[in-house]
Design a protein around this ligand. Structure first.
Ligand SMILES: [Fe+2]
Length: 300
């Protein structure tokens, strides 16, 4: 059986760049944690795939989102090196940069066994009304979910908690079909991952409205965390007040270089994106730990 160090070395070789940042808390507390977390790098520079993999100390694998369809091959390799069995797969919302890779894996599992898939299913009334461009993939994905042997759990209310080897996955927000502006993003499933040593909150692509709704909800207290995945790839997501209200120590960014720099090819901060502005908000909060997908694979 491969030990943890061998596995990490093999992952590094398989994936190219790998970054082992200093733990936010320092070594001792990091060692006490019941899980390892990887932020997977981008393989489609023109896209912004959102993809995280967790491994519990006992070896169970959990995936969050998984990136765009062309990243399915990389994800297959990554999961293969971890044993090809996924205990739970969490999906934030059915946009292509979040469900694309899993949709490919569902069509052709090729050895990957998934025990459970958690999502918050949109009603037909909702997806027929909003974002016409996203409808075809949503319908195809929901059809593929019907055919998978995995147990599919449609999470209808926040508060649902799953514990895997002493690692808790708590859902803080589900679909919000009352928001028809920025509709898919504002229906991101928001998830807190924690054990007694550390915590991370994944905001998916939550927009201003969803952010305000969670802040006003009973789950506000669950938002404070060590690692916060910046909403909507770090720009045009939740508002400044959200980041000022929630206490966190480090930022997870599923953000390609052009987006990080707001550079469409015409120079730094010359594009339409608000990433540089978000970076400034965080800087003013005194937070300087950043894990950016543009920099490669992170093991946290
Ligand atoms: Fe996204």
């Amino acid at each position: 059986m491969m030990n943890r160090r061998d596995f990490l070395r093999r992952s590094a070789v398989a994936s190219g760049a790998v970054v082992f940042p200093k733990a936010v808390f320092g070594e001792t507390q990091s060692r006490k944690s019941q899980f390892t977390m990887w932020q997977l790098p981008l393989h489609q520079n023109n896209s912004q795939g959102n993809s995280y993999v967790f491994r519990t100390k006992q070896g169970k694998i959990i995936v969050m989102d998984g990136g765009v369809a062309p990243e399915a091959g990389y994800l297959r390799g990554f999961l293969g090196s971890l044993g090809n069995e996924v205990e739970a797969w969490f999906l934030s919302h059915p946009h292509s940069d979040h469900i694309g890779a899993l949709n490919e894996i569902l069509k052709n599992p090729d050895g990957i066994r998934i025990k459970s898939i958690f999502h918050s299913e949109f009603s037909a009334e909702f997806y027929n009304k909003v974002e016409e461009g996203s409808r075809a993939l949503t319908v195809e994905f929901y059809e593929n979910l019907k055919k998978t042997p995995a147990r599919v759990i449609d999470v209808k209310e926040p508060g649902h908690t799953i514990e895997i080897d002493r690692v808790r996955f708590k859902i803080l927000s589900v679909k919000n079909e009352e928001f028809t502006n920025n509709a898919y993003n504002n229906s991101s499933m928001v998830i807190r991952v924690s054990d007694t040593a550390r915590s991370a909150v994944f905001l998916g692509d939550a927009g201003i409205e969803e952010g305000e709704k969670i802040l006003a909800s009973a789950y506000r207290k669950d938002l404070d965390c060590d690692y916060l995945q910046m909403a909507h790839h770090g720009q045009n997501g939740v508002n400044r007040k959200f980041y000022e209200t929630v206490k966190f120590k480090a930022c997870l960014w599923s953000t390609p270089r052009w987006l990080w720099d707001n550079n469409p090819g015409t120079g730094y901060n010359t594009g339409i994106w608000k990433t540089v502005e978000t970076r400034q908000w965080v800087k003013e909060l005194g937070i300087d730990k950043h894990y950016v997908t543009a920099d490669g694979l992170y093991c946290i």
